[in-house]
Design a protein around this ligand. Sequence first.
Ligand code: ADP
Length: 351
Amino acid sequence: MNEQLEALLSQIIHPETGQNILDSGFVERAELGAEGDIAVTLRFQKARDPFAQKIKKQVEATIEAAFPEARCMVIIREAAPKPRRREQESSTTNICRIIAVASGKGGVGKSTVTANLAVALRQRGYNVGILDADIYGPSQTKMFGVEGFIPEAERDEAGNEYIIPAQSLGIKLMSIGFFIRPTDALMWRGGMAVNALHQLIHQTKWGALDYLLIDLPPGTGDIHLSLINELKLSGAVIVSTPQGVAVTDVVRGVEMFRHEQVNVPVLGVVENMAWFTPEELPNNRYYIFGQGGAKRYAEEAGIDLLGQVPIIQSIMEGSEQGRPAAGIDSRVEEFYSDIAEKVVEKLPTEC
Ligand code: ADP
C-alpha cells in the first residue's frame, strides 16, 4: 500500500472500535493508479455497519484534500452477515405506541406534521421519539437543528450494541439522514434500505417512550410494507394536501394500512396547507390547493379528520431554523394541540 495513503487512512478512526481503520482491518485495498486515480476498498466486519457511510465520506474528504488533482473512488464491501449467537433484544421493547406518519407523495408536509405532532405530544408531558425513515429526503435532523450530530455506538454488559439518538426539545431523534447523503438514497436498493432501517429501529437506545413517530418515505412501496410488517404499529396518520392528486395518493396509503396482511388502524388524516390567511386580512381564507379535498375523502372513507392546518409562514420558518413552530407560535401550537389530543384519544391508554 502506498505510504502516503497509509498515513492518511490511519488518521480515520472507526467510532465503534476506537481504532483507526487500518488497524481495525477495514482497508482491503488502497492504490494509487497509473493515471493518478485512487481506489480504496473498505471492508467492514459486520454487515450493515452503521458507520460505513460516514467513514467512506471521511476517506473521500481526506484523500481529496491531500490529492486535489486525483480522482478518488471509495468502495464499501460488507462481510456476509455472521449468524448471531443470540438475537439481540430489540430496543423497542419499552416503547408504548408506535405511530407511522405517511403520505402518498412527497412535499405535502409529512415531515413537518411529524415534527410538530411530536412537539405537541411532548408539550402534553409524554416521552416522545422520532425515527426519520424517509430515505429519499430525511429532514427531521434539520427541523430539530441536529444536522451535524454523529451518533455514537454503545455496548452494554451483555454485549448488545446500541446507537445513541440525538435529543432536541426533549425529543429523541434517530434519522437515516445521520448515515447517508441525500444522493445515496437513489442508489439504495429496497433491501439495503430496509436492513439499515431495521438496525435503526431495533438498535437505537430509545429507552422508555410513550410515543415513537416514524416519518415514513412517501408512497406505498416495498420499503413501506417491510417496515410496517416489522414494527408493531399502533396506528398510522396520513398527511395530504387538499387537491385531487394528493387525495388520490391518500386513498392508496389508506388501502395499504387497511390491507388484511397489514391491518394497521388508520387514526386519521391531517389536511395540511388547507388554506392561507394573510396577516393583514385575518378573516380571509384563500384555498390555494383547493378546498377540503382531504376532509371530504376522510368522510367518505369513514376515517377521522385529525385536523386541518393552514399555510403559515412560521411553520416553514420553524422547520428551516431547527425549531418546529408548534413550540414557538401559539397559532400553530393550537392546531397541533388539537391533533395531538385526537391521536392520544384514539389509542389505548394502557401499553
Ligand atoms: P414532505 O415530508 O411531505 O416531503 P415537508 O414536511 O418537507 O414535506 O414540507 C415541504 C415544505 O413545505 C417544507 O418547506 C415545509 O416547511 C413546508 N410546509 C409544510 N407544511 C406547511 C404549512 N402548513 N405552512 C407552511 N409551510 C409548510
